[in-house]
Design a protein. Structure first.
Length: 211
């Protein structure tokens, strides 16, 4: 029985340091990571900001062995499979050190928008006599909230931050059944997500683990 799913980070690679060629000659990138998750019930989970590595240069890789658990999301609810969970990633190059507070603001916005949309959908279902969400319903809720959230982050957070916050990235996973595996394994094949911003590029490798 699959009760939880965790996203695990394997590595973060500096493909291109931030700031352009002149800035790269005089300093290093101090990379921070934070984020949020949305579980199978559309509840939100916060990931507090943490330091990945304080001295990134072009080509440097921070490896986690064993993989670092980024967050764990709940799969147990009254809805039927398939069930969908989503994770948002926030990466920043620390300058003046306000990334933690900005990440908290983003999480509170995610939580508020998800709760608002979930209540709207619950009311629609109540009027239609439908008792629970499906995995596809929750995926649709996130896809509605995501552009609102990303526009707000760009306009209200990134432009006002003292740290260099990259545009957010996200990923989702759908679990088809209570005994779902990836070809017999409870660990998915590795995937990667790329961050681009502030004249820099970072590549993060991750996987999913069921438990």
């Amino acid at each position: 029985m699959n009760n939880q799913i965790s996203l695990r980070i394997h590595s973060v690679k500096c493909v291109d340091e931030t700031g352009g060629s002149w800035a790269e000659r005089v300093g290093n990138d101090e990379i921070m990571l934070s984020g949020f998750g949305i579980d199978a019930s559309a509840n939100t989970v916060k990931v507090d900001a943490f330091e990945v590595y304080p001295h990134f240069d072009d080509g440097d890789i921070k490896r986690y062995s064993p993989p670092r658990t980024f967050l764990t999301l709940n799969l147990t609810n009254n809805s039927a499979f398939p069930k969908t969970c989503s994770v948002g990633f926030l990466l920043a190059e620390r300058d003046s050190g306000d990334f933690g507070s900005k990440a908290n603001q983003i999480y509170e916005k995610v939580k508020a928008e998800m709760e608002k949309k979930k209540k709207e959908e619950e009311e629609k279902r109540r009027r239609s006599g439908i008792s629970s969400f499906s995995g596809e319903d929750l995926k649709v809720i996130w896809e509605v909230v995501k552009p609102i959230l990303y526009a707000w982050i760009k306009d209200k957070i990134i432009s006002a931050a003292n740290d260099d916050i990259f545009p957010p990235r996200d990923t989702s996973v759908t679990i088809a059944s209570a005994d779902f595996t990836w070809n017999g394994s409870k660990v998915s094949p590795p995937s990667a997500v790329e961050f681009r911003g502030h004249d820099g590029v970072y590549l993060m490798t991750y996987d999913w683990e069921l438990s």
